[in-house]
Write a protein that binds this ligand. Structure first.
Ligand SMILES: NC(=O)c1ccc[n+]([C@@H]2O[C@H](COP(=O)([O-])OP(=O)(O)OC[C@H]3O[C@@H](n4cnc5c(N)ncnc54)[C@H](O)[C@@H]3O)[C@@H](O)[C@H]2O)c1
Length: 398
């Protein structure tokens, strides 16, 4: 079964042959009417072989109204504007991933495998890179069982029409590269990408992955001029997952049974409030001693560097991709799960107004609400301190 979209109709010449199992979207039908494209059932699932059954059924029940001899696309009532559509047809937005490097390629794969999108568009400045990765990923669709098209382009204009964007374009930190060097290089890239986002996908929700995370999320907000609810940064989802996975190594529980938050910055000012770390509701502090917990918090903070050191070239990408895809999934499905997201604080938790990792609920149009956790005084102080240092770094961006 395929979903026939308006784009398929636009590319057809006079007639579009669809299978009787295909789903034709309302917009596709409208475009077909406007462009005079005939939708005809045929191809692999053409009902030619079913005709005798139809005839037989008619002979059995002569009082029934005659069924049409000519096969038509599936019931029009199903696709009339406003009529209830199957969820997989009604909610299939497009998502674009900018940057087809390690994180971008893996994110595109995760998103396609969700099978919730009309298409995943991957874009990279390197000619052929995004198209090659897109084709390679698509070659696995039959095995993995998804029907989300994956497209690749070296033209940023290809993001047009995307409802969601994941921005992974930019350099990862190389050995010997200072934070300032990284900021300068990636700021230029974010300015270029942000200008394209503003022009081509003005209604999109943007998830920034490029480091340094808080600065680049802020810059994306400035360049696009989008409301803060539509410019989010990915860090806390990853850092909280790292913490939970490392806690699981002690044997107390499986990773998914452990709850925790990672707030503040994606770096030295990361705040993991142990007052909100638990295993199936039982406080983690009752299960593990202070020294063990302190060591796990430290290792979580240094996890990115630990992976870089082992890889020797490049930085982590499987778990970052999983984290970015999780944020997009939460928005598309309207999942009420609370995720740690880099958001504009607007004074939440008594912080200065900056970009900071805070617990948040997401919805189809981005940030729905910042969740107010009851933090201990030391956790709150650490969070406010993190916000101040991030604000200083953002000021230094100019
Ligand atoms: N927030 C996080 O938790 C987190 C985790 C991992 C990586 N990162 C960051 O994500 C970024 C990407 O990491 P990676 O490992 O995928 O790097 P990578 O070098 O493998 O890929 C980056 C890609 O961006 C492309 N690119 C550069 N400029 C572009 C532009 N203007 N338009 C489109 N594409 C462009 C490059 O050609 C390259 O293919 C880095 O900044 C890294 O530090 C963040």
């Amino acid at each position: 079964m395929s979903v026939i979209t308006a784009r398929d109709v636009e590319q057809a010449k006079g007639e579009l042959v669809v299978s009787s199992r295909d789903v034709v979207t309302p917009l596709a039908r409208e475009r077909a009417r406007d462009l005079g494209v005939a939708l005809r059932v045929g191809g692999a699932h053409a009902p030619a072989a079913q005709a005798p059954k139809v005839e037989l059924a008619r002979q059995r029940a002569r009082s029934e109204p005659a069924k049409p001899e000519v096969a038509l696309p599936p019931s029009a009532a199903l696709y009339r504007r406003g009529a209830p559509l199957p969820a997989h047809v009604a909610a299939r937005p497009r998502v674009a991933v900018v940057g087809a490097g390690h994180v971008g390629a893996s994110t595109a794969q995760r998103l396609a495998e969700l099978d919730r999108f009309d298409a995943v568009t991957l874009v990279d400045v390197v000619p052929g890179l995004a198209a090659g990765i897109a084709l390679d990923l698509w070659h696995g669709a039959a095995l993995r069982g998804f029907d989300t098209r994956i497209e690749g382009s070296d033209d940023l204009g290809a993001i047009a029409g995307a409802a969601y964007l994941v921005v992974t374009a930019g350099k990862p930190r190389q050995p010997g590269m200072s934070r300032t060097d990284l900021t300068n290089v990636n700021a230029e890239i974010i300015r270029t990408v942000g200008a394209a986002v503003r022009a081509k996908a003005p209604d999109a929700v943007v998830v920034v992955v490029t480091n340094p995370l808080e600065e680049m999320t802020h810059l994306m907000g400035e360049v696009t001029g989008f409301p803060a609810e539509r410019v989010l940064g990915m860090a806390g989802v990853l850092d909280a997952s790292r913490f939970r996975s490392l806690v699981a190594l002690t044997g107390v529980a499986r990773p998914a049974e452990i709850s925790a938050h990672a707030l503040g910055s994606h770096g030295p000012e990361m705040v993991i409030p142990l007052s909100h770390a638990s295993v199936r509701g039982e406080p983690l502090e009752r299960l593990l001693d202070t020294a063990t917990l302190g060591a796990i918090v430290e290792r979580t903070r240094d996890s990115g560097a630990e992976v870089v050191k082992l890889l020797q070239k490049g930085s982590a990408y499987f778990s970052p991709a999983e984290s970015a895809a999780r944020m997009i999934r939460a928005m598309v499905t309207g999942d009420p799960e609370v995720l740690d997201v880099c958001v504009r604080t607007r004074g939440a938790y008594g912080t200065v107004d900056t970009r900071l990792g805070l617990p948040a609920r997401l919805g189809p149009t981005g940030l729905v609400a910042i969740e107010e956790l009851a933090l201990r005084p030391n956790e709150l102080a650490a969070l406010r301190g993190a916000a101040e240092r991030i604000a200083e770094r953002i000021r230094a961006l100019g």
